[in-house]
Design a protein around this ligand. Structure first.
Ligand code: GLC
Length: 515
């Protein structure tokens, strides 16, 4: 099988504000990322997705774009971007940009023009004389009154993030030209923000109440978003985006999609004309992290994939509590082994390879609008966005200035690099193993099952076979194994021979055996 780079490879998400600050202003930047590409190469990942770096008022930290074809000065210049892309390619790394097509900043010239009913862009956004019951993701009504236009406009998120009207042909072609602008520069693909929200009901029907919603839960979830999300026409847009990428060959379209498996897999397109990697967040969302649930989940997802579709798995991102905090540090090592031995492209969120934990944010340091608008509901995303620790000491090698968010107490790269027992070394070993063994990167996944608290499966290709045994629990558990060589172990860094028989897996221990 001749796998493509985005099938064979490993994606690493950089949240640019927090990766490395090269100029001491306390916020990470493009030169900072460039300085650290060698680290990513050393780690062994293949592709780097960077969250938005475009000009933005930063109301949602770059997910409110005011110019799709520029670079915000806080991150540097277009020359810095070009240098980053060139260096990444020199090192054999792919670079994936974040494309935010659902909404612009209210400061975008398109929106400013659209406030005038006589302007050619009058219909580029969703304007209505009277609001319906649709709710915004960050709380409150999704409709805000504009006194200039004398109408309400729709926003899925903040009032300063106005939703584009994707039914308008000029909006579509302008946005496809944005993709071409970056593709012409040579970027290797896009992660498309809130892909499933792009199209709303053309009759603006009210969303029905959610019978499962309870007071105290996120206000947005009070309604079932059946008329605002995952609408049938969205697939035409996804396919059109994909067609733009295909003009350039060998590029990847990734979709951010918080949807149940049956809905998620429709984003591949019935004939593979949709996204190549509709992000699979099931591991991120799983509440009951048990062998039985994981086995059921993997089996369900594999069975739901349309013919020819390539799977993918995500363990963390800039919007959800970190895996180390969700599962605890010991089980996070098992989760890393799971992510890097499953069938499907893995995406690693920066810092998870260090075992970073959510950093508690004092009330006066909160920056995320999701928290500021709905305090105390656990909506805040600052804890998983804190600066990446490179070294010990003040600023953690992230900045020489005052960091934009507090720096946590995580063990930095410098202290983990040469420690074979560290989370970083475990990641590096697992990544190297996946890269070296086509069976792990591209092979079939077989025999997925729960044996007590152990999740077990095999990966196979061309006569090479690996058994993966993961203890999801805190007690010793026994599993039957064939004889082989242990090639990775969460508890040990060496290889060792293993006779056939009963193997006792320690608490939170995972092993990969070449059989
Ligand atoms: C996506 C982003 C998130 C952002 C939202 C609105 O979910 O990942 O960070 O706030 O879209 O753009």
């Amino acid at each position: 099988m001749d796998a493509r780079w985005w099938e064979r490879g490993i994606v690493y998400q950089v949240y640019p504000r927090s990766f490395r600050d090269s100029d001491g202003d306390g916020t990470g930047d493009l030169r900072g990322i460039l300085e650290k590409l060698d680290y990513l190469r050393w780690l062994g990942v293949d592709a780097v997705w960077i969250s938005p770096v475009f000009p933005s008022p930063m109301a949602d930290f770059g997910y409110d774009v005011a110019d799709y074809c520029g670079i915000d000065p806080i991150f540097g210049t277009m020359a810095d971007f070009d240098a980053l892309l060139a260096r990444a390619h020199q090192l054999g790394l792919k670079l994936i940009l974040d494309f935010v097509p659902n909404h612009t900043s209210d400061q975008h010239p398109w929106f400013q023009a659209s406030r005038n009913r006589a302007d050619g862009k009058a219909d580029w956004y969703l304007w209505r004389g009277r609001p319906n019951n649709w709710l915004a993701n960050f709380g409150g009504s999704a409709w805000t009154w504009d006194p200039v236009r004398g109408q309400y406009y729709y926003h899925s998120f903040l009032p300063t993030q106005s939703d584009l009207n994707w039914r308008h042909p000029e909006v579509r072609s302008a946005m496809y030209d944005v993709l071409r602008f970056w593709l012409d520069k040579g970027v290797d693909g896009f992660r498309v923000d809130v892909m499933w929200m792009l199209i709303k009901d053309d009759q603006f029907r009210d969303n029905p109440p959610n019978p499962e919603w309870r007071p105290g839960q996120k206000e947005h979830d009070r309604l079932l978003p059946i008329y605002t999300e995952d609408r049938p026409e969205v697939h035409l847009i996804v396919a059109a985006m994909r067609a733009v990428l295909d003009e350039y060959g060998d590029r990847v379209l990734i979709g951010e999609l918080y949807l149940p498996i049956e809905r998620l897999v429709t984003y591949y397109g019935p004939h593979g004309e949709g996204a190549q990697l509709p992000f699979n967040f099931q591991l991120l969302l799983l509440e009951d992290w048990s062998a039985a649930r994981l086995a059921a989940l993997i089996t369900h997802y594999e069975a739901a994939l349309p013919p020819g579709a390539w799977p993918n798995w995500v363990l963390g991102n800039h919007d959800r509590p970190r895996v180390g905090t969700r599962l605890g540090p010991a089980q996070a090592r098992v989760a890393a082994m799971l992510l890097l031995t499953l069938r499907g492209t893995p995406t690693i969120y920066m810092g998870d390879e260090l075992g970073m934990l959510d950093t508690p944010i004092p009330a006066d340091a909160v920056r995320d609008p999701a928290e500021l608008r709905q305090p105390g509901q656990g909506q805040g995303r600052d804890p998983e966005r804190t600066p990446f620790p490179w070294t010990e000491g003040q600023g953690a090698g992230f900045t020489s200035g005052t960091p934009w968010l507090p720096i946590g107490h995580d063990v930095p790269v410098s202290a983990q690099r040469d420690d074979p027992g560290s989370m970083l070394s475990l990641h590096r070993r697992l990544i190297a193993l996946r890269r070296a063994e086509p069976a792990l990167a591209e092979g079939a996944i077989l025999g997925v099952q729960a044996v007590g608290s152990a999740l077990t499966y095999r990966r196979e290709l061309d006569g090479r076979s690996f058994a993966v045994l993961l203890n999801t629990g805190g007690a010793v558990t026994e599993v039957d194994v064939a004889s082989g060589t242990v090639v990775a172990d969460t508890h040990d860094s060496g290889e060792r021979e293993l006779p056939a028989g009963r193997l006792g897996l320690g608490p939170h221990q995972g092993v990969v055996i070449r059989v």
